[in-house]
Ligand binder design. Structure first.
Ligand code: DAK
Length: 258
């Protein structure tokens, strides 16, 4: 499938989606977001894809929602269209593991898109921010919510209220990103992480993702119960037998997602 604002490839069971609106620093207009949601949906149903990486360019993962597209809209228009809701939900709902590989600016909707992914690997050039306050608005797809859960109230308030950017080192220290790597190594490291995930049983990786996300939405006791039950359930899979037998027999497991 061809896209106007994405460059897409599938290699070694990893789906790679590169946001591609270079002239606007990958600003997220409605067409790009719709393409991204469509692409993720198609990768989700494609058995060849076992993990997904979303990235941008060296200069920008995405500099936010497209301000030119939004600037003239009325309340009634954005409310009736429930702007971004459906496409953003599609990204959040994707059940396969998704890594954000971020270099350069990840601002506003760009930072929110990265936070919708399961984890973020950042280049040392990455800059995260929720500068919507400078435009007279607030964040709209998770900047006041996911960011607070990830970095805590103090830093979230600081970033959302002042609009300041956080560099990669601070982002790692604050728990926003899982690792920081030299910019030249970003794609190598992100694709390697995705390939490692792709080698596992997809039943296990999808379950892990579900359990972590479920835990974020519930009490510790509920989360632990959910985790324990899905752990029990994995004993119904061939991959559990294969994984444990392979360890005992000192060989590499051959997972079949069964
Ligand atoms: N939208 C549209 N165009 C953008 C853009 C953006 N967010 N960011 C950059 N561009 C365009 C610039 O206009 C410029 O285009 P030309 O003038 O060359 O045609 C080109 O990209 C290069 O940008 P600069 O010339 O500004 O490049 P610099 O290196 O000087 O500066 C910068 C880079 C990232 C610091 C700067 O471009 C900047 O501040 N950009 C805006 C960042 C920002 O404010 N982001 C937040 C956008 S608001 C909602 C859900 C979510 C949202 C809204 C609603 N609902 C649920 C309803 C999300 C809102 C946002 O993300």
């Amino acid at each position: 499938m061809a896209y106007d604002n994405l460059i897409v490839s599938i290699n070694d069971h990893v789906g790679l989606i590169q946001l591609n609106r270079p002239k606007a620093l990958n600003a997220l207009n409605s067409k790009l977001l719709a393409e991204l949601a469509k692409c993720l949906k198609s990768m989700e149903s494609n058995d060849k894809v076992r993990a997904i990486v979303i990235t941008g360019s060296e200069k920008a993962f995405a500099a936010g929602a497209d301000i030119s597209e939004m600037s003239g809209k009325s309340f009634v228009e954005v409310y009736r269209a429930d702007m971004f809701n459906e496409d953003a939900n599609m990204i959040d709902r994707c059940r396969k593991p998704v890594i954000a590989a971020v270099a350069g600016y990840a601002l506003g909707g760009g930072c929110e898109l990265a936070m919708m992914c399961d984890f973020i690997i950042a280049a040392d050039t990455a800059k995260f921010g929720q500068p919507e306050v400078n435009l007279g608005v607030c964040a709209g797809i998770g900047g006041t919510q996911r960011l607070t859960r990830l970095v805590g109230r103090a830093k979230s308030m600081d970033m959302n209220l002042t609009g300041r950017f956080m560099d990669a080192e601070e982002a790692e220290r604050s728990g926003l990103v899982s690792r920081v790597v030299p910019a030249k190594k970003l794609m190598e490291v992100a694709l390697d992480a995705a390939e490692r995930i792709a080698e596992k049983s997809m039943i296990a990786t999808m379950t892990i993702k579900e359990a972590v996300k479920r835990g974020e939405e519930s009490s510790l006791a509920e989360g632990l119960l959910f985790e324990r039950r899905v752990f029990h359930a994995l004993f119904a899979t061939e991959d559990q037998k294969e994984g444990m037998n392979a360890f005992v027999e000192k060989r590499e497991p051959q997972f079949r997602d069964k």
